[in-house]
Design a protein around this ligand. Structure first.
Ligand code: ATP
Length: 459
């Protein structure tokens, strides 16, 4: 529910996961910066995606293509023409609205279609003025920029709104140099830019974000099989990293609402619980057919087909394209991991604690090293333990304040293990390791600590 989202936004701000971008200047609307812990979480999400989709398979290779591609790419891909929104503006409050949203909202409310005249007569959802809308006008969903010093050249270059086109225009090289035959895929993670009309909802919708995308090339007659396969594989990726299956569902796009390149799209939706909406798109998995390769082949004259020597036939592969924004994935993992619980304490009462039950592979900090006090007697051992563990993991050393508070902080940022360095350890050369979820504490000797943690953090 909405409270949950607010709680996560507050936790992210307080614990240094995600901040509003350019905050000291008042921020940029719906732009976010990842703080010291956020960047760890985000990179771990990307690492797990790469591991599952690229390194873990012998039929997928990685790629890293440019943000700015030749202008013609976006004409060929259909983005110049189709990746646009029809906007109307309220002349009273100057807010712009996508016409499609007003039409959809009207249909949901009245069950009737809204024609253009009626659209212009609507009440503005923001300021309540009636009949103050302008004629609809087109706005590109792509951001544009200029290259080089030539002011006279005023036709802009576009910043990519998806990474997949980089894979399509490289199809030829990857297939030839990688000696690949379909089915094979190209995975890519990178920044993309979209001129969203209504950015918002925290990390869910921003204008600049990272995408994790696979372009999986298949023989045309196997497209449905592989589409199904990737819908399942991508769903399993989330549950394998701890997301509750109850919070995921599949949403097939109706045929008349497909993106211009898609033959069929199924979204993996997550129960984000934004106000007034229970489910929202987490990842889109499109069967793009041969739309893209066909378009680029036609424009360039380069043959983007595959010759199957064994069968003696030539075909243009179809593309199955799972695509997910890193920010949306991060938000889903955070929402799913957030838990408030009560635990009995040693003096007979209950302690309330907040725990981020993030999968150990996603947790920003793997081990917290917490000496019981700042005593100079403990400092050398605490420093030695920290230095040793840092060789393998991201470790946080914290010796300030009450130990209970320090545990709570590690719980809130999802640290799977805390190592407590105490005075007994000076005699028995051991530390106490506390498990975030079970709260079980084990005494582990210093010479076994590394192996112990390596075993429990494996994966
Ligand atoms: P939506 O309908 O929510 O605008 P979309 O259908 O335009 O999304 P796709 O083009 O399928 O999205 O993009 C693939 C993925 O990129 C989405 O599933 C989502 O995870 C992510 N994504 C899209 N737009 C944004 C955005 N503005 N901010 C963050 N992530 C986004």
């Amino acid at each position: 529910d909405a409270d949950r989202i607010d709680t996560i936004v507050r936790l992210c701000r307080a614990r240094g996961l995600v901040y509003p971008s350019g905050e000291i200047y008042g921020g940029v609307r719906a732009a976010w910066d990842y703080g010291p812990l956020g960047v760890e979480l985000k990179e771990n999400v990307k690492r797990q995606w790469w591991k599952a989709v690229v390194h873990g398979r012998d039929d997928v290779v990685g790629l890293d293509t440019s943000v700015i591609l030749p202008r013609e790419v976006w004409a060929a891909s259909g983005h110049v023409e189709e990746f646009v929104a029809l906007l109307v503006q309220c002349t009273a409050c100057h807010h712009r609205f996508p016409a499609a949203e007003l039409v959809e909202e009207y249909r949901a409310r009245t069950g009737e279609e809204l024609d253009e005249r009626a659209l212009l007569a609507l009440t503005c959802p923001d300021c309540g003025s009636r009949g103050r809308f302008t004629q609809p006008s087109l706005s590109s969903g792509m951001l544009a920029t200029r290259l080089g010093p030539d002011e006279a050249d005023d036709s802009p270059y576009h910043l990519r709104p998806e990474t997949a086109q980089g894979a399509f225009v490289n199809f030829h090289s990857v297939q030839a140099t990688g000696r690949r035959r379909p089915p094979f895929g190209v995975g890519q993670i990178g920044k993309v830019f979209r001129n969203e009309v209504t950015p918002g909802d925290f990390l869910f919708r921003s204008r600049e974000f990272e995408l994790m995308e696979l372009a999986y090339f298949v023989p045309p007659d196997q497209d449905e099989h592989w589409h199904r396969y990737w819908i399942d594989a991508r769903t399993d990726w989330y549950t394998g990293l701890g997301v509750d299956r109850q919070n995921l569902r599949h949403y097939p796009h109706p045929a008349d609402h497909l993106a211009h390149y898609s033959r069929r799209t199924v979204d993996v939706e997550y129960r984000f619980g934004f106000p007034g909406r229970e489910w929202d798109e987490l990842e889109g998995i499109a069967n793009r057919g041969d739309f893209d390769l066909d378009a680029h082949a036609e424009r360039t004259g380069v043959d983007l087909s595959y010759y199957d020597r064994a069968a003696g036939s030539r075909y243009r592969p179809f593309v199955i394209g799972p695509s997910v924004g890193v920010g949306r994935a991060v938000l889903a993992f955070l929402l799913d991991a957030y838990t408030e619980e009560e635990t009995p304490n040693p003096i007979g009462g209950v302690d309330r604690r907040v725990v981020l039950r993030l999968d150990r592979r996603l947790a920003p900090v793997k081990v917290g090293v917490l000496p019981v006090s700042r005593s100079p007697d403990l400092a050398p051992q605490a420093a030695a333990v920290t230095a040793e563990l840092r060789r393998s993991w991201n470790v946080e050393f914290d010796d300030s304040g009450a130990i209970g508070r320090r545990y709570r902080r590690q719980d809130e940022i999802g640290t799977p293990f805390c190592v407590t360095v105490d005075f007994d350890g000076l005699l028995d050369h051991a530390v106490t390791v506390r498990d975030r979820d079970s709260l079980v504490q084990e005494r582990v000797s210093l010479d076994k600590l590394n192996d112990y943690l390596a075993f429990r953090l494996r994966g």
